[in-house]
Ligand binder design. Structure first.
Ligand SMILES: *Cc1c(COP(=O)(O)O)cnc(C)c1O
Length: 490
């Protein structure tokens, strides 16, 4: 049964809080500040607690079960991150406080910058961008500024493989540059012939996700980087899949000029449902002066006992891309995670992410078709349909998985796989959990042949059944309000 709207359990005059006696003189609120038309629900504390706890129990999260959502990297989020982010010295500082009074916070930001540079092999980093897509936007703005600064104004093209995340072309258009789509070859790599043809003096750069959204390492990455550099373009790395590379390879060493990190994916923070995230960028020497600021600098680092941290704006900075200092709370979580893992721990994260994905692939590949089937990195993409089994779609399999208490994989992305099911297991999952997921997937494949209606009508065990997704997208209901507010006035 569905939880009633909070307005439906409201009862006039009921109160959830009791305020203490006023110990200062009462004054009227300024004119216009008190609004009568909000229609706030009136509830006891118990009503409110039960309502929201019940709602939270209808939800599915990584803390409840396996969440193999490809591309999104649903991380293991150690609870100690939350403790750290709530420490009053972090949680209660004001972003406009005098830098001299928040040296600890600046030190944390400085060290995070340093580690991101080290992990990615970069000369500079900025923590400002608020998410991966925002990091892309920042990176392409820097690439544009770099060419403009050299008086090279005819570079208007950004090359993007057809396996890319939708945010790559969207970013390019937002910056005012033109997207040139590159096809993939039959091993899931960038088609080099097309790349050679498109590389000319109008190329501003290329955006490459490596490993790409098929979960495959780009086998010609060095040649791709060389081709783009040889025609004067810069290389953008979409770092959303860095969780496959930690401690193994550094994008900066491969020649990438700028890369965004999704702190909320690679370095943990509960995400989904829209945020908050954090998308710092790392850059090569060529782009250091163009970074968005302020950047945290260590001013008296030679005297290691009393280093002093300050804020600086790079010389040719593209300016601010975010108010204050980015999403500081997410940066604290990433810092805690980095310190907890250390160098060897980060390498383990990637090793286990890759091992888990290959294990699932090996156990599923006789039952599910895997179009680009070679050793994968942290994720792989299977087809959610079979020849000779009519009317079964990736969506049916995804919905049926919910009946087995698993979150569905990403579906219908990447676009180059028919009926795509993109599976990314979290690196910390046990063998038992991975096996239970495989068992469910194999059972569903059997059901698809023998009882297809079980799939078509799924999910059966969730609070609400199959939704009309077209209507849900067309008639978005984004806010909850009392019916009387919308009733016609008498
Ligand atoms: C998640 C993702 C992005 C966008 O990152 P956000 O933090 O969601 O804005 C870009 N590219 C790839 C490959 C991703 O998986």
């Amino acid at each position: 049964m569905l939880e009633p709207l909070i307005y439906d359990i409201s009862s006039p005059g009921r109160r959830g809080v009791t305020l203490p006696e006023v110990d200062v003189p009462e004054t009227a609120l300024p004119e216009g500040l008190a609004r009568e038309d909000l229609g706030l629900p009136e509830l006891s504390e118990m009503d409110v607690v039960r309502h929201f706890v019940r709602l939270s129990q209808l939800n599915y999260g990584i803390d409840i079960g396996f969440y193999p959502l490809g591309s999104c990297t649903m991380k293991y989020n150690p609870k100690i991150n939350e403790d750290a982010a709530r420490l009053p010295g972090f949680a209660l500082t004001h972003p406009m406080q005098d830098p001299n009074l928040v040296q600890g916070n600046l030190a944390l930001m400085f060290e995070t910058q340093q580690w991101l540079k080290e992990i990615g092999g970069f000369a500079g980093a900025s923590l400002q961008p608020a998410a991966g897509a925002h990091g892309e936007f920042t990176g392409i703005l820097m690439i544009r500024a770099y060419h403009k600064d050299r008086g090279d104004t005819k570079r208007t093209k950004i090359l993007i493989p057809d396996s890319a995340h939708g945010t790559n072309p969207a970013t390019t258009s937002m910056v005012g540059l033109n997207v040139v789509e590159l096809p993939s070859d039959d091993r899931g790599n960038v088609d080099l012939e097309t790349l050679r043809r498109e590389c000319d003096d109008t190329v501003a750069g290329m955006m490459l996700t490596n490993p790409n959204t098929l979960g495959l390492f780009e086998e010609h990455v060095e040649e791709v980087v060389k081709l783009v550099h040889d025609c004067g373009g810069l290389m953008y790395g979409d770092g959303a899949n860095m969780n496959a590379l930690l401690g193994v390879i550094r994008p900066g060493d491969l020649g990438f000029d700028v890369l965004h990190y999704n702190l909320h994916k690679t370095f943990s923070t509960p995400h989904g449902g829209g945020g908050p995230g954090s998308g710092p960028v790392g850059v090569s020497e060529k782009l250091v002066d163009f970074l968005p600021g302020p950047i945290v600098e260590c001013e008296e680092c030679d005297d290691a006992e009393f280093p002093h941290f300050g804020l600086v704006q790079p010389k040719k900075s593209i300016g601010r891309v975010k108010s204050f200092h980015g999403h500081f709370g997410v940066i604290v979580r990433a810092y805690t995670y980095l310190r907890m893992q250390g160098k060897s721990g980060l390498r383990d994260v990637s090793d286990h992410a890759v091992l888990n994905a290959n294990y699932l692939k090996a156990r599923l590949q006789d039952t599910y078709n895997i179009p680009f089937n070679r050793t994968c990195m942290h994720e792989f993409v299977a087809e959610g349909c079979w020849k000779g089994v009519e009317g079964i779609h990736a969506l049916d399999i995804a919905k049926r998985l919910m009946d087995y208490n698993f979150h569905p994989p990403t579906n219908y992305f990447p676009l180059i796989v028919h009926e795509a099911l993109m599976i990314e297991p979290t690196e910390t999952e046990s063998l038992e959990t991975l096996d239970a997921f495989v068992d469910a997937m194999l059972k569903i494949a059997e059901e698809a042949r023998e009882q297809p209606e079980l799939l078509h009508e799924a999910p059966h065990n969730t609070p609400i059944g199959r939704l009309d997704e077209v209507q849900a997208a067309r008639q978005l209901v984004l806010c909850c309000r009392p019916a009387w507010l919308d009733a016609p006035q008498e």
